[in-house]
Structures are given as C-alpha cells and as structure tokens.
Design a binder for this molecule. Structure first.
Ligand code: NAD
Ligand code: UDX
Length: 467
C-alpha cells in the first residue's frame, strides 16, 4: 500500500520537525500538521520562516522548501483527519499533575481526545500511528476507543516512537540510527506496518527500519530514554566522588567510554539532565512497574531521578558555599536557560531548579540565553509555584546582553552549553564583576586554566576546585 496523504495531530517539537522531514523526503505525499493552538500554527505559517515556533538548526530551510508544496499547517483538525489515510498522533503526554498516579503516570487525556476525534470524523479505514511516547499497552486503549465510538471503520494502530533529540532534530531525522515500527502481527497489521515502512524507505536504508510487535515498540521508547538518562545519572554520581578525590570526571569518562562495550556517548557530567522526556518517561516506567507490583524494578529506575535531583541541588549548594555561605542580595549571572544547547526548549531545564533554589536564598538572579524569551523564563519559574509571580519578576531579571548580565555579579553560572559562551571576552567580564569573581561551570565547557589566569575562581563539575 502506498500512502498519499498523512495528517499529524500536534505541531510541537516532535510533530513539526518530523513531518517537515517526511514532507521534504516524500514530495508525493501530502502532509498536513494540525494543532488546537492557533498561535503555534500561525507561527509555523509565518512568512518569515525564521519565526517558526521550534528552534532547531537547519529546520527553517526544510520548512521553507516543503511548506505550501506538500507540507501544510492548519487548525482544521477534522478536515485533516478526514482527508488522511495515515494519522500520526504527536500530542503531549506529560506527567499527571492530579489524581491517581499524580507526579508519575503519563497524562493521556490529550491522546484520548485525539482517538475520540478520529473515531468521530473518520469515514474510511485509517492507519493510526502513535508518535507520542506512551505507556506500554496504550494501543489497546486506542483500539477500544476507536472501535467503540467510531462509525464502524477499520483502524490499524501502529507504534512508531520518535528518537530525535532536540538541538539535532533535523540531522537525527535525516539519518536516524533506526526507525522503530510496531504493529499487530495479523495480516492487516503487517500490511499497515509495510505501508509505514514504505514511507521511511524513501530515505532510510531498509536495514535501519526495525519492525516489532506493538508492545515491544511502545516499551522500547521508555526503555531507550531510561537507559540514556541512567548513563547521565551514573556519571553525575561519580562527579561528586571525583570532586573529593582529585580524580577528574572528564578523564574518567574518556577512560571508560573508550571501552567499546560502554561507548563514549552520554557520559558528560553536568548540572543534571533536563528536557521534556527523560524525567517524564522514567517516572512513567516507575509507575507502570509498580502497577504490576514490581517494586524492585520501580526502585531501580527511580534512583536515576533521585540522583538527577540531587545533582541540581548540589550545584546550587556549591554556589552558596563558595560565596561565604550566603547569596542574599548577591547578583548571580546565569549563562543559559535552555535544557541543552541549540534549542529554545526549556522544559525541565536544570536552570529552573537552580534558580529557584538560589531565589529561596534571596539571591538576585540575572539570566541571559541566546534563544529563550523572557516570557518563557518567567512562565517556567512561576509554574513551580514557589513564590508569587510578582516576586519572581522582582528577584530574577532577564537581560539580552551577555556582558550586561555579568556586570556587577559575584558569580557567573553556566547552565547551558551554548558554544558562544566559550568565545566571550572573559577579561572584560572579569573586569566588570565584583571580586572575588567566581565561575561555576555546570557544563564543563570553559577553559579553566585561561579563566584562572585572568583571576577567576573556577568551579567545575567533577573536578576538585584546585584541579
Ligand atoms: P509539544 O507540547 O511540543 O507539542 C504537542 C502539541 O500537541 C501542542 O502544540 C498541543 O497544542 C497539541 N495538542 C494537544 N492535544 C491536541 C489535540 N487534541 N488536537 C490537536 N493538537 C493537540 O510536545 P512534543 O515535545 O512535540 O512531544 C510530543 C510527544 O512526543 C510526547 O509524547 C513526547 O514524549 C514525545 N517525544 C518528544 C521528544 C522531544 O524531544 N520533545 C522526542 C521524542 C518523543
Ligand atoms: C532525549 C533522547 O536523547 C531522545 O532520543 C528522545 O527522543 C527524547 O529525549 P532530548 O531530551 O531532546 O532527547 O536531549 P538529550 O540530548 O537526550 O539530552 C537530555 C538531557 O541530558 C539534556 O539536559 C542534556 O544536557 C543532558 N545530558 C546529555 C547530559 O547531561 N550529559 C550527557 O552526556 C548527555
């Protein structure tokens, strides 16, 4: 079966880039991305392609090429569902903030809404693709809703989790390590799998397209994120031991990463992992395991989160301890707010939690990030509910100039590994700071020796302060 029209519900960090690349690589397929959020769709349609709502290197070029040709962004969800043979669901599945499973389970209300809408609108058979990350066995819920509330149409449900990482979304989509497609192992199910395989086969080598049963595919996505996050927590746990023993975590990373059984990636010690996926997906894994009574399994994975929370707290404590145990009334300059470089996404960014901790100690935090808006920074902080929004506005300021942000500060804290931070005129920054002038490098990107030669007191993750 050759698919000619695709619809994707959800024009976010996954739906937008994923569909843009499918449209670029498959000019014969009409791809429509829909969302309830009118402002977001308007931004995707902005004539000035640099204003699209997701910042990703290379994405605006892909959108510019395909938009209006075979890539469309719209708020008319019903029409797009009606016209498509294959419907991707790429809506948000955040951690529940209420009721049963609060703080751990995935909130599937948006997924259910999509299923009900597809069932109501569909006048022909459809292939429904889970692109969102979902708890294992969600496909059976979807099938139940589609079959019980629909108009008697046939639906095949596929699981096709997305493995792109933000900041490298376009390159990850253009040349993925693998594409995973799970589906029913029936004749109809295999036909549906084949239809999706053929879409990806337009640019992904066949041996990189893995097909499985639907449950393996759903569970593999949670598992992949849990394994990646576990590596970061493992190296972060060792970073503290390094700080006490004069071992250097960067050297330890390199030493263990050259063992081909371990591998070099995801061994960078940091202020803690952030992003919309790792924490949410591990919490979900913990919740699912507990719901089957597997308490040891749940505890094992929960420790990855506990370690990550500890690492963020440890970083703010390090700042406080080195500023003579008080930051009250002191200006601390933040370089970076995004959860990693090359993205404007701030969800679960370590910077939010470090700022919150310092604000509790009555510090004045001033933030510069090359891609994150002032409004987003206040939204992130207000969401924690630690203090009134007016208080957040009073104690935390956002500045558009990296030199201005550091002026008169006691300390600079590097929270995101943006490349531009390394090439600043650090002598000029030093001259305009209060003394002793501290740099706390939460990403281990700075040249420690060069900074110390200028006169800075430099504190990195996973090395003793005089190392
Ligand atoms: P997002 O919040 O950026 O985008 C989701 C979009 O869906 C929003 O714009 C929202 O308005 C829209 N939406 C919600 N309900 C809708 C409905 N009923 N009809 C129409 N639109 C609706 O989220 P995201 O980061 O793109 O993540 C989407 C899914 O992909 C999640 O399950 C996530 O876990 C998964 N995922 C994310 C990443 C990542 O790096 N962000 C990577 C892989 C997988
Ligand atoms: C992650 C997965 O990598 C991706 O496959 C999945 O589809 C979505 O979740 P993402 O969250 O976008 O992607 O970014 P990722 O590169 O995984 O980084 C997550 C966090 O871990 C960031 O805060 C990053 O700074 C941190 N990290 C990563 C480290 O602290 N050290 C590392 O070695 C790697």
């Amino acid at each position: 079966m050759k698919i000619q029209s695709i619809c994707c519900i959800g024009a976010g960090y996954v739906g937008g880039p994923t569909m843009a690349v499918i449209a670029k690589k498959c000019p014969d397929i009409r791809v429509t991305v829909v969302d309830l959020n009118e402002a977001r769709i308007a931004a995707w349609n902005d004539e000035d392609v640099s204003k699209i709502p997701v910042y990703e290197p290379g994405l605006s070029d892909v959108v510019a090429e395909a938009r209006g040709r075979n890539l469309f962004f719209s708020t008319d969800v019903d029409k797009a569902i009606d016209e498509a043979e294959m419907i991707f669901i790429s809506v948000n599945t955040p951690t529940k903030t209420y009721g049963e499973g609060k703080g751990q389970a995935a909130d599937l209300k948006w997924i259910e809404l999509c299923a009900r809408q597809i069932a109501r609108v569909a006048k022909g058979d459809k292939i429904v693709v889970e692109k969102s990350t979902l708890p294992v066995r969600t496909a059976s819920t979807l099938k139940d809703i589609l079959e019980n509330t629909g108009n008697g149409m046939n639906f095949q449900i596929l699981s096709n989790p997305e493995f792109l990482a933000e900041g490298t979304a376009v390159e990850d989509l253009m040349a993925p390590d693998r594409v995973l497609i799970g589906g029913d192992q029936t004749e109809e199910g295999l036909k549906a799998i084949d239809a999706l395989v053929n879409v990806y086969a337009n640019w992904v080598p066949k041996e990189r397209i893995l097909t499985t049963n639907v449950w393996s595919s759903e569970l593999s996505k949670l598992t992949a994120n849990a394994f990646l996050a576990q590596r970061v927590s493992s190296i972060n746990s060792l970073s503290e031991l390094c700080e006490h023993t004069e071992a250097d975590v960067n050297e330890v990373s390199r030493a263990i990463g050259t063992d081909s059984r371990i591998g070099p990636k995801f061994l960078k010690a940091s202020v803690g992992f952030g992003g919309s996926c790792f924490q949410k997906d591990i919490l979900n894994l913990v919740y699912i395991s507990r719901s089957y009574g597997l308490n040891e399994v749940a505890d094992y994975w929960e420790q990855v989160i506990i370690m990550n929370d500890y690492q963020k707290k440890r970083f703010s404590k390090k700042i406080i301890n080195n500023l003579y145990n008080t930051v009250s009334g002191k200006k601390i300059a933040f370089l970076g707010w995004a959860f990693k470089k090359d993205t404007n996404d701030t969800r679960e960014s370590a910077a939010i939690y470090v700022a919150d901790h310092l604000l509790n100690e009555q510090s004045n935090v001033v933030v510069y990030d090359p891609k994150v808006t002032e409004q987003q920074i206040y939204t992130d902080l207000d969401y924690l509910g630690s203090r009134a929004p007016e208080e957040n506005k009073e104690s935390l300021k956002v500045v558009n100039d990296p030199y201005e942000v550091c002026k008169g500060a006691h300390a600079v804290a590097v929270l995101t590994e943006w490349d531009e931070f390394k090439s600043y005129d650090w002598q000029k920054i030093y001259d305009n700071m209060l003394k002793p002038a501290h740099v706390f490098d939460g990403r281990n990107i700075m040249d420690k020796k060069a900074l110390r030669d200028i006169g800075f007191k430099v504190h990195a993750i996973g090395t003793a302060d005089d190392n």
